[in-house]
Every structure is written in C-alpha cells, then in structure tokens.
Design a binder for this molecule. Structure first.
Ligand code: G3H
Ligand code: 13P
Ligand code: ZN
Length: 330
C-alpha cells in the first residue's frame, strides 16, 4: 500500500472548495508519457496553477501503474525544482469498477473517478458508495457521474447520450457520499464533438456549436449549492492544430469542440474541474507532423518530442490563464 501523502500529492477536497468559491476550475489534464507530464508541470508552475494529473485506464495499460505513480512523484519533485510547489492530484479517470479504483488507491492515487454512468441508477449508487467507503478510509476523494456523455463516434451522439437530471443529484450525492459529481450538459469525448452541419457560423465565419445546457447546470447548482461539479469532454479542438495536422499529411475531419468562452463561463460556476485530453493530443501531433515533414532526415525522438512538449506547454498555459482561470491560485 502506497499513500499518496508520501508522494507529495494532495486530494481534491481543499482545491475544489477554493475553486468553487473563487469562480475558476482546476485543469484535469490526461497524461500517458514523460513529455506530457513535463509540459503539464512546466505550464502549471509557470502560471502558478493547481493541477490534476489524470490517468485513464488506457494510460494504465500503456504506461504501467507503477511507472505512472513514480512519474507523479517525480512531478511533485520537478515542480519543487522549478521553484514553486503547486498542489498536484493523481487521479484515476473513468474507473470502471470497485477493483480498478481500489488498485489505484492502494497504489498512491489521491483521487479516483468511479464511472457508473452507464449502469442503471441503483447500480451506479451501489458501486459508487462502495468506492467512497473504501477511498475515504485513506482520505482519497471520489468523483461520481450522473448522465451520459456522447461517445467519440459521430453517430452515437444522439443515441446514447443523455443529460443529467437535476432531480436525481441530491439523492445520488447523499446516498453515495461522493466528493464531486461529473455531469452531462452537452460536452462529449474526443476530437469529433460537433460536425459543421450541427453548427452555425458567426460574423467571422467561425463554426459555433450548439451551446452547453447552462440551464441544467443552474438547476443542478440550485439543488446542490456549492457542491463541486466536473465537466468531462471539454476539449475545444483548436482549429489551428487540425489545420496543421491536415497540412502535414493528416486526415482529420473538420469537426469542432467546446468554445473556450463557454468553458470560461462554466468555470465561473460550481464547475471546478474541467477535463482536457484531446486538445493535448492534437497539439502534440500537429507539432510532430510538422517537424518530421520539415526535417525528413531526423530520427532522434528528442528532436520531435521536444517541439511537441513546447507546444503542449504553451497550450496548457493558455488554458490556465485564459479559459479555466486557475492561474495564480496555487
Ligand atoms: O475520457 C477519456 C480520455 O480521453 C482517455 O482516453 O482511454 O484513450 O486514454 P484513453
Ligand atoms: P476530451 O476528449 O474532450 O479532451 O475529454 C477528456 C475527458 O473527459 C477525460 O476524462
Ligand atoms: Zn472523460
């Protein structure tokens, strides 16, 4: 059993309370490798932002839980070396079972998500409650989810997603004891959130997707005043990265993400954790494709991963400063 406290990590409790009061959101950035972790830490130290290092089940399969735990420990030491001890959480993203959550808690994670959102309501309560009971023994915080986000495939959007029902949130939170709640108000996972034909164009010709359901968010806030709310699927799919990727041999669709102004608005509410993964993937891929095309003779991975890390850092700084508002809150 490794306690996150011995790794220099913190849970989300105090971080979220401050964010809700302060009208900003903590960035939850997914990572799978060293360059992503370095970029996150550099950006968050430089902007003095608290941060959640987020590990999906895919990341665990890819990178190994022992390596990821030690990378998170390394992240705290790296931040210290860079000159500022920002609060860092190591969080399991989309935990699928009690066993997965327990394994992460036993391996030094300071926060876990149990995603029972696709289960029948009573089953979601049952598994979430079980995770909370175990996690709280070790002062690990737990995120639950109500409502279903759309998947990555365009065609499943309407079929499988459904918004969180405000009438259920008090019952769910009080029966499970969760520390935060992920909700569904129109965001979705991946880089293909909205097709051009689902959008309108503004005066500058920019595609604007249907707005998030702020009315549902307000209802939820009324039911659970001051309770930490989480938004998944919050990448904005920067069109400049899509353009670079396609210019340099990629074949991404012309789809768009969540406009940054809407995320800024959400961050001012009880939304205190905003999950961003796809934008990091796009930034890295754009930088690597461009570098390798322009430098066909290069085969040293540091030569193309370095610029990718620089681009990631720049993007994360922008999110902290201009979108989530988490800068200067560490
Ligand atoms: O919410 C899902 C995250 O974007 C993680 O995706 O399982 O491909 O690592 P992944
Ligand atoms: P994006 O695919 O929009 O980056 O969402 C990431 C996420 O919600 C991770 O849990
Ligand atoms: Zn998610």
């Amino acid at each position: 059993m490794t306690s996150y406290k011995d790794l220099g990590l913190v849970n989300t409790r105090e971080m979220f309370a401050k964010a809700v009061k302060g009208g900003y959101a903590i960035p939850a950035y997914n990572f799978n490798n060293m360059e992503q972790m370095q970029a996150i830490i550099m950006a968050c130290v430089e902007t003095k932002s608290p941060v959640i290092l987020q590990v999906s089940r895919g990341a665990r399969d890819y990178a190994n839980i022992n390596i990821l735990r030690n990378m998170a420990k390394g992240a705290t030491e790296y931040a210290h070396e860079l000159g500022y001890d920002i609060p860092i959480v190591l969080h399991l993203d989309h935990g699928d079972s009690f066993e997965t959550c327990k394994e992460c808690i036993d391996n030094g994670f300071s926060s876990v998500m149990i995603d029972g959102s696709s289960l029948p309501y009573e089953k979601n309560i049952e598994v979430t409650k079980k995770v909370v009971e175990y996690a709280h023994k070790y002062d690990v915080t737990v995120e639950g989810e109500l409502g279903v986000l759309a998947g990555i495939e365009d065609d499943v959007v309407a079929e499988h997603s459904h918004y969180t029902q405000p009438s259920e949130v008090v019952d769910f939170v009080s029966k499970t004891g969760v520390d935060s709640l992920a909700i569904s108000i129109g965001t979705s996972h991946g880089a293909n959130k909205f097709k051009p034909e689902q959008c309108t164009r503004n005066a500058d010709g920019i595609l604007i997707p249907p707005p998030l359901r702020f009315d549902i968010l307000k209802e939820i806030e009324k039911e659970l005043p001051g309770f930490p709310i989480v938004l998944h699927g919050s990448s904005s799919v920067p069109q400049e990265y899509v353009k670079i990727i396609n210019e340099y041999g990629g074949k991404l669709k012309d789809n768009v993400g969540i406009p940054e102004e809407q995320l800024r608005e959400a961050a001012k509410s009880a939304v205190c954790k905003i999950n961003i993964d796809s934008d990091g993937r796009l930034a890295m891929t754009a930088a690597i494709r461009k570098y390798l095309t322009e430098n066909p003779g290069v085969f040293d991975p540091r030569k193309y991963l370095g610029p990718a890390r620089d681009e990631l850092k720049k993007m994360y700084m922008h999110k902290n400063l201009d979108v989530l508002g988490s800068a200067n809150h560490a």
